[in-house]
Write a protein that binds this ligand. Structure first.
Ligand code: ADP
Length: 454
């Protein structure tokens, strides 16, 4: 069942219950009032007749005639007067005798001072009446036709109003729930239109602080994040294609040129040399991408062990020197370590070495002297590494972007690369719960600082 229908039904049930309680109170108090008023009018009638008989000495026959005549038209009150010894003084209609008084009843009225009860639908009132020091007991009985008719018509009116109100309340409930859920419906329809091809669509939010607006804003923020990561994904793929296409096109062109006609040995060697260079670039790119994918894994899927940072740095240095013997890589301990723990962290050896190789290689390749100094310092909690070169530096504009995959700064023509290295390095450092930051002065130096917990 739709929430809208459920709400409408709930609303109708609640208001119908309130209305029912209200109708019950109205009917009940009208019923009580009628009863009370009728006993009062019985009392008045009883006193009037007692007065007429006992004080005004009106003939009993006259009163009985009046009673008989009135009875045909009205619901006349039947009055009887007794003395306390159950001697009948007066009776409106002995032949009818509605109340059928008994000595016990007369005694009870005398003792209690008053008695009210029902005989079927007839209301009966018994009361003592004192005249000239003598106590008489009067009974008065009648059917409150007028009162019961009024009560009946009130009952029917309440019943009809109740059912009509339920219909109205259901209709009102439906209308209001429709109105209340209109923005949700609108959101649903709009959200249906959002797909991978139009991730820029957003839900309308009236900028207010109501629940639906907050939902729309939160949904839009989620779409922002999705769109960004989708864009990044698209860029990533097109950047990869671009990075692969360039060296591949170069390899094809070089080999086609070489095979076109017969060439000298030197020319063949040069063509193969160029092709090899480009093939190496491709291999480097594919390795970097593979590492990037690895560093993007869930940390729980990557094996971590205790590592000595200085040993990983030495391995990285070794690896670089094998392919670039002319690079100069200095390692410095700023703090003398006493225990192994001081320079140990839990990490993935392969990934950390890859990160350090990237930083060291960049330092060397972007400086004329191909030299980098790596300093290690530590305290109880952290190990700080500084990769400092005196190279060409990075412009302020580039500093913010160099950690973006495939981004190469405006100094890129100075050295070969694919723009993956720093993005991969940042990912690896973050995987180790560390931080990386950069500071640079163009034409003077670049310093990368890495902080990891030991
Ligand atoms: P690549 O070195 O393959 O171009 P990186 O991701 O390693 O890619 O670096 C991104 C960019 O950051 C480089 O293209 C370069 O512009 C800049 N950069 C990184 N390290 C240095 C450095 N030590 N000195 C100067 N520029 C640097």
């Amino acid at each position: 069942m739709k929430i809208r229908t459920r709400l409408t039904i709930l609303f109708t049930i609640i208001t119908a219950t309130i209305l029912l309680a209200f109708a019950f109170v109205v009917y009940y108090s009208a019923k009580e009032n009628r009863e009370k008023e009728f006993y009062t009018s019985l009392k008045k009638e009883a006193i009037t007749k007692a007065h007429l008989i006992l004080e005004a000495k009106v003939e009993a026959n006259t009163l009985q005639d009046i009673y008989r005549t009135n009875r045909k038209l009205l619901d006349e009150v039947e009055v009887a007067i007794y003395d306390t010894n159950f001697q009948m003084i007066y009776h409106d209609a002995v032949e009818l005798d509605l109340v059928k008084e008994t000595p016990e009843m007369i005694n009870k009225i005398n003792e209690k001072g008053s008695l009210q009860f029902y005989l079927d639908d007839f209301q009966v009132l018994g009361m003592p009446y004192v005249y000239e020091g003598k106590t008489y007991i009067i009974t008065a009985a009648a059917y409150d036709k007028y009162g019961f008719n009024k009560l009946n018509s009130l009952f029917h009116t309440l019943l009809i109003v109740f059912f009509i109100s339920i219909v109205f309340m259901f209709a009102a409930g439906r209308y209001f729930s429709k109105k209340a859920f209109a923005p949700v419906l609108e959101m649903t329809n709009k959200a249906r239109l959002i797909s991978a091809t139009n991730l820029d669509l957003r839900l309308d939010s009236n900028g207010q602080k109501d629940e639906l607006s907050i939902l729309a804003q939160t949904f839009n923020e989620m779409l922002d994040r999705l769109e960004n990561s989708f864009e990044a994904q698209k860029n990533f793929v097109s950047n990869i294609s671009h990075e692969i296409r360039t060296p591949l096109a170069a390899i094809i062109a070089e080999l086609e040129l070489a095979i076109n006609k017969e060439r000298s040995l030197e020319e063949y060697q040069s063509a193969i040399g160029h092709a090899l260079n480009d093939a190496r670039k491709l291999a480097r790119l594919s390795n970097s991408l593979l590492d990037f994918a690895k560093a993007s894994y869930d940390p729980s899927e990557i094996s971590f062990k205790n590592l000595r940072i200085d040993e990983v740095l030495l391995d990285a240095r070794q690896q670089i020197l094998q392919s670039h013997p002319n690079h100069k890589i200095d390692l410095h301990f700023n703090t003398a370590f006493e225990k192994e723990k001081d320079i140990s962290i839990r990490g993935n050896e392969y990934l950390l070495k890859t990160a350090f190789v990237n930083l060291i290689e960049n330092g060397c390749k972007f400086s004329e002297n191909n030299k980098i100094t790596v300093s290690i310092s530590f305290d109880d909690q952290q190990i700080k590494l500084e990769f400092k070169d005196q190279g060409i530096g990075i412009s302020t504009g580039d500093l913010k972007a160099i950690f973006t995959p495939f981004y190469r700064g405006d100094n890129k023509s100075y050295a070969d690369g694919n723009g993956i290295g720093l993005a991969l390095t940042k990912k690896i450092i973050e995987l180790h719960n560390g931080e990386i930051e950069v500071e640079s002065v163009v034409g003077e130096r670049t310093v990368f600082r890495v902080i990891v917990n030991n």
